[in-house]
Design a binder for this molecule. Structure first.
Ligand SMILES: Cc1cc2nc3c(=O)[nH]c(=O)nc-3n(C[C@H](O)[C@H](O)[C@H](O)COP(=O)(O)OP(=O)(O)OC[C@H]3O[C@@H](n4cnc5c(N)ncnc54)[C@H](O)[C@@H]3O)c2cc1C
Length: 284
């Protein structure tokens, strides 16, 4: 039960956790510099970095502040040091959120018709109704009419190979999740990577106009992963949006002798993304 096992601080850290992140970044998403690698690979890097930011936000938002008294709460310093002080990490979080939101809105017809069958009729009806509210939410639709033109990604000469390569990289990332040495982290890690894979599948593998014979097919687990990932990312974005300015103010004052790279940047990032210039960000 995911609700009984929320994504939060678990104490999983040190060389083991670091090795997993290093492996994900170095083997699967080589850091790029402008012009060196194609857009698709940039997208993959941004997605993983955005997911990493989101995980860090959830750790900071629900942290074991005092082990003796079992006191849980927000660790604002950690939030600042791991995410807020790095504009690119914040930008990648927003990017990943909009990417997944775009996938959900694109698959709206399918998701509306999908079976939400748990055996508990009342719960199933509620799930259906909540999905409908999500899919027809006008604010979400307005925020995400076309964050970028995903169709153009696969139309180049090397499109099919790139697609295969990215699918392989995603399989590698999923396999790496099995090495995460903390059960809860592994659960959430696997779920969210499956959610990202599902978003990619929707956005890149299925194009209703070009492949009318191949209607979108998702497995039950993929739908669950996609919706839970959207929830995790939206909670992270909300936290950063609401808590970002006060945290940056406090931390900015504390570190004024050692200035951070760019304080106050998250707000510009949000404005840029909601200004629907995400397509430009991909190639930036
Ligand atoms: C799949 C997975 C799931 C996890 N889930 C949890 C969890 O639920 N609860 C928990 O307490 N811990 C979890 N962890 C551990 C947690 O993510 C950190 O690894 C741990 O807290 C140690 O943090 P750190 O400060 O060493 O930096 P890490 O977060 O381990 O980061 C390692 C390095 O990656 C780079 N980096 C960091 N963030 C980004 C970013 N957004 N974009 C690009 N590069 C970045 C930096 O160079 C950083 O030094 C998880 C780890 C993994 C691999």
């Amino acid at each position: 039960n995911l609700q009984l096992n929320p994504e939060r601080y678990t104490g999983y850290a040190g060389p083991s956790a670091r090795r997993i992140w290093d492996a994900i970044y170095s083997e699967n998403c080589p850091k790029y510099s402008s012009g060196e690698i194609c857009q698709e690979k940039k997208v993959l890097y941004k997605l993983i970095s955005g997911l990493h930011s989101s995980i860090s936000v959830h750790i900071a938002a629900d942290y074991l502040l005092n082990e003796t008294s079992n006191q849980w709460g927000e660790n604002l310093e950690l939030m600042y040091n791991r995410v807020l002080r790095y504009p690119d990490r914040v930008r990648n979080l927003y990017f990943t959120f909009l990417f997944v939101l775009r996938a959900v809105t694109k698959a709206a017809d399918y998701l509306e018709q999908a079976e939400y069958d748990t055996g508990n009729h009342a719960e199933d009806l509620k799930a259906q109704s909540l999905m409908r509210q999500l899919l027809h939410n006008t604010k979400l639709q307005a925020a995400c009419p076309l964050p970028f033109d995903e169709a153009k990604f696969w139309h180049g000469q090397s499109g099919p190979e790139l697609k295969q390569q990215i699918q392989k990289q995603f399989r590698n990332i999923s396999a790496l999740m099995d090495c995460v040495g903390c059960e809860k982290c592994r659960l959430w890690g696997k779920l969210q990577v499956l959610g990202l894979g599902t978003a990619l599948k929707i956005l890149f593998s299925v194009d209703g106009q070009n492949q009318p014979d191949q209607p979108l097919q998702l497995q039950r687990n993929e739908v669950i992963a996609l919706v839970n990932l959207l929830n995790r990312l939206s909670e992270s974005v909300k936290f950063v949006h609401e808590m970002g300015p006060p945290i940056e103010k406090i931390m900015g004052e504390q570190v004024s002798e050692h200035p951070a790279p760019e304080i106050g940047s998250w707000q510009r990032i949000w404005e840029t993304l909601v200004g629907l210039r995400l397509g430009k960000l991909i190639s930036s």
